[in-house]
Design a protein around this ligand. Structure first.
Ligand code: ZN
Length: 281
């Protein structure tokens, strides 16, 4: 358990040239490096740790693209479209460390328990994943030990190093149309056990016009979709939040910057208003 008293203030940082950092902004993958997880450094004294579980569509060559077509590989089934760009801008603006997964959630979903049947899905919404039918035990072990575990080990290690850690945030995006049905929310604020941060951000974001914001929508993090926060934030008693934004709003780098800054602005206000609560937690 980390002491969350004397939590450092979140500082407004500087914009980061993440376009240059990640393949010129063209590809949201880390192929060539084959890294299961990656840290984008930030101020280690920050109270905020940012995580992006579904940042990459990259599938290591040994999985032979799991037998799926290019359309599936480019879809929301493979990764959270635009999430990496939003997370880079968000964490950069708040000068905070960011841990991202470097492998597609089709191989193994780092935001699910490995016991969950959707950890290595053979079907994701309308997409079939032939390579995930009847996975051999050795293959299953490979994915858990070499992709899932290193990602969570890195989150754990960075969280342990952050002496002032008092808030955890993850960045996700969702498809605005799911099974042919239009979703009725633009931005979701997801929490599991600790609702303090999500409710505060919801209060502030609800004042924005033209944005439909909702708590634990379009799905709830109280259950299987909240794995990363359950694993890292709840045991530490940390206020936490998963930002979800519809992916058609963040397809372009300029939009990712815009919404990353919007979320950063919400966080600065929310944490400021929460400070007495967070400090006495
Ligand atoms: Zn996601």
């Amino acid at each position: 358990m980390h002491a969350s008293s004397h939590s450092g203030k979140i500082r407004a940082g500087r914009p980061v040239d993440w376009h240059a950092a990640v393949d010129g902004g063209k590809r949201e993958t880390f192929d060539g490096n084959d890294q299961p997880a990656r840290l984008f450094e930030g101020n280690p004294d920050s109270p905020l740790l940012v995580v992006c579980d579904h940042a990459s569509a990259y599938i290591p060559p040994r999985f032979k693209n799991l037998g799926v077509d290019p359309r599936t590989l480019a879809s929301h089934a493979a990764y959270d479209i635009g999430a990496l760009g939003v997370a880079r801008e968000f964490s950069g603006m708040l000068d905070s460390p960011l841990v991202v997964s470097g492998v597609s959630r089709l191989v193994i979903d780092c935001n699910r328990s490995p016991d969950d049947e959707q950890s290595m899905p053979s079907q994701s919404e309308i997409f079939h994943i032939p390579g995930n039918r009847n996975i051999a035990p050795a293959d299953r072990r490979d994915r858990i030990e070499n992709i899932y575990q290193p990602f969570h080990d890195l989150v754990e290690a960075i969280a342990n190093e952050m002496k002032n850690l008092s808030v955890m945030v993850s960045i996700h995006t969702f498809t605005p149309v799911f099974f042919g049905k239009r979703r009725q929310v633009d931005i979701g604020l997801l929490y599991d056990q600790d609702r303090r941060l999500a409710e505060k951000v919801h209060d502030i974001a609800s004042q924005e016009r033209g944005v439909r914001v909702a708590l634990n929508q379009p799905y709830t993090a109280q259950g299987r979709f909240g794995h990363t926060m359950q694993r890292h934030a709840d045991p530490r008693g940390l206020p936490h939040l998963a930002f979800e934004i519809r992916n058609d709003w963040v397809r372009e780098p300029t939009e990712q910057v815009r919404w990353g800054r919007f979320f950063a602005g919400l966080m600065l206000k929310a944490v400021d208003e929460l400070a007495p609560i967070v400090d006495s937690a």
